[in-house]
Design a protein around this ligand. Structure first.
Ligand SMILES: Cc1cc2nc3c(=O)[nH]c(=O)nc-3n(C[C@H](O)[C@H](O)[C@H](O)COP(=O)(O)OP(=O)(O)OC[C@H]3O[C@@H](n4cnc5c(N)ncnc54)[C@H](O)[C@@H]3O)c2cc1C
Length: 400
């Protein structure tokens, strides 16, 4: 694939840049800069989504008939790169990138007509109810029971690690509707409202001191059967389709921005002796290795993108992107923390050392380096751990 932009692509990039220059206010940029994991806090990511929605750019990956942009794969890539470069807030992927593709493929006409416009406009905020205590990697062992009762299911059990459940008004959820046969055969995919009586959300505070994940308890929670997506007991197929979208996504653009930030920070002179970390051969070698790996990631993403044109789903290639992308994310975090420590900013306060460049790479960036490092330790766990991804690649890609 030719990575040099054509005249049309360069014009599109300029249009995107002009839009971002105009719409990305300093406060939105600061919200983007303070993001320490996948998600920017809800008020900011919704504010940004509404601005994108007005322009018709909230869901570049969606088909045009549902409100997508009609961009080709290169335009989507340019968009992702320019957003990473500008430091936009990260939109929540739960509705736009995870639940929506599932509804497009498996939803009833009524479900599509009701939910998709709301997802696009940011009127609903979704969370994902897959994992349970004891059912993470072995997701098919999930136990949250849904018993049929007239037009409803009655739910009892618990979900865990539910990101942003405390903000969400809706959850897409896997429940057990049958205990006979293979575990995969008795699972059903349903949509529910978080204010339904019997639902309790308890916070889990992470090592970074943040409230992002939760445990959710269900005590005789009634969910209408009309909210089921796909047939009863066949939710495993739906669940796996969604995971391909959870695991896919573009990493390289953000990783490349990370490399530039590292270089900026590490190029500052220390106030006490004028030395620069970037002149340390051992550190410079690590940055070079990371930069080469990010370039390789970019080429891989382009290859996968080419294979996806025409609206195909990513398939097992998403496991490869997730594995490499999450590992590289952690490598970059480590290099940032090392650089910031060198300039004595590791206590997470904004840079005070006159020699440090940490503020040059983003407002309050020094505040977020350590929480980001800690939060991203989970990047190789969530969305299916990297060991599980390697198992999928061995089976489906290598045919082992
Ligand atoms: C920050 C964060 C946010 C999350 N958000 C959500 C969310 O919004 N919704 C949701 O449903 N879930 C969410 N999760 C849960 C996530 O999907 C699970 O943590 C993940 O699937 C791993 O499951 P587990 O934690 O039960 O670990 P386990 O499955 O117990 O795994 C423990 C270790 O054993 C390894 N292991 C297990 N089985 C195998 C195997 N077959 N082969 C090789 N190694 C294996 C794993 O790789 C891991 O290292 C989140 C998790 C985190 C950390």
């Amino acid at each position: 694939m030719d990575l040099n932009l054509t005249r049309e692509e360069a014009a599109f990039r300029d249009e995107v840049r002009a839009f971002l220059d105009e719409k990305l206010t300093p406060e939105l940029k600061e919200a983007g800069s303070l993001t320490t994991s996948v998600f920017t806090d809800k008020p900011w990511n919704l504010k940004w989504q509404k601005i994108l929605h007005e322009k018709g750019w909230a869901a570049p990956a969606w088909p045009v008939e549902y409100g997508g942009t009609g961009w080709n794969e290169m335009q989507k890539y340019i968009w992702a790169s320019e957003c990473a470069r500008a430091g936009t807030p990260g939109l929540s992927p739960m509705g736009l990138r995870m639940c929506a593709p599932v509804l497009m493929k498996y939803g009833t006409p009524e479900q599509k007509a009701f939910f998709l416009p709301r997802i696009l406009a940011g009127e609903d905020y979704w969370c994902q109810g897959y994992s349970e205590p004891g059912s993470g990697s072995d997701l098919a062992s999930l136990q949250l029971r849904a018993v049929s009762d007239g037009d409803d299911y009655v739910l009892n059990g618990s979900k865990i690690w539910t990101t942003h459940a405390h903000f969400a008004n809706r959850m897409f959820c896997l429940v057990r509707t049958n205990t006979d046969g293979k575990p995969q055969q008795g699972i059903t995919f349903i949509l529910l409202e978080m204010d339904t009586p019997g639902i309790k959300v308890e916070p889990i505070i992470t090592l970074a001191g943040e409230h992002e994940v939760n445990q959710v308890f269900f005590d005789d929670v009634r969910v209408p059967k009309a909210n089921r997506v796909g047939p009863e007991n066949e939710g495993w197929t739906v669940a796996k389709y969604l995971l391909e979208f959870e695991r896919g996504g573009a990493y390289a653009a953000a990783l490349a921005v990370g490399i530039e930030k590292i270089k900026t920070i590490a190029s500052a002179e220390r106030s006490d002796n004028g030395a620069r970390l970037i002149d340390d051969p051992a550190y410079r070698a690590k940055v070079s290795d990371a930069e080469i790996a990010v370039k390789a990631m970019e080429i891989t993403e382009h290859r996968v993108m080419s294979a996806l044109s025409g609206g195909k789903n990513p398939g097992p290639a998403s496991s490869m992107l997730k594995t490499r992308g999450s590992e590289m994310t952690q490598t970059i975090d480590e290099l940032v923390v090392e650089a910031i420590a060198y300039y004595a900013d590791v206590d997470q306060r904004p840079a005070r050392e006159p020699g440090s460049n940490v503020e040059a790479v983003g407002p309050k960036y020094g505040l977020t380096a350590m929480p980001r490092y800690l939060n991203n330790r989970a990047a190789t766990i969530y969305g299916g751990s990297n060991e599980i991804q390697r198992g999928i690649m061995a089976k489906l890609v290598l045919g082992l």
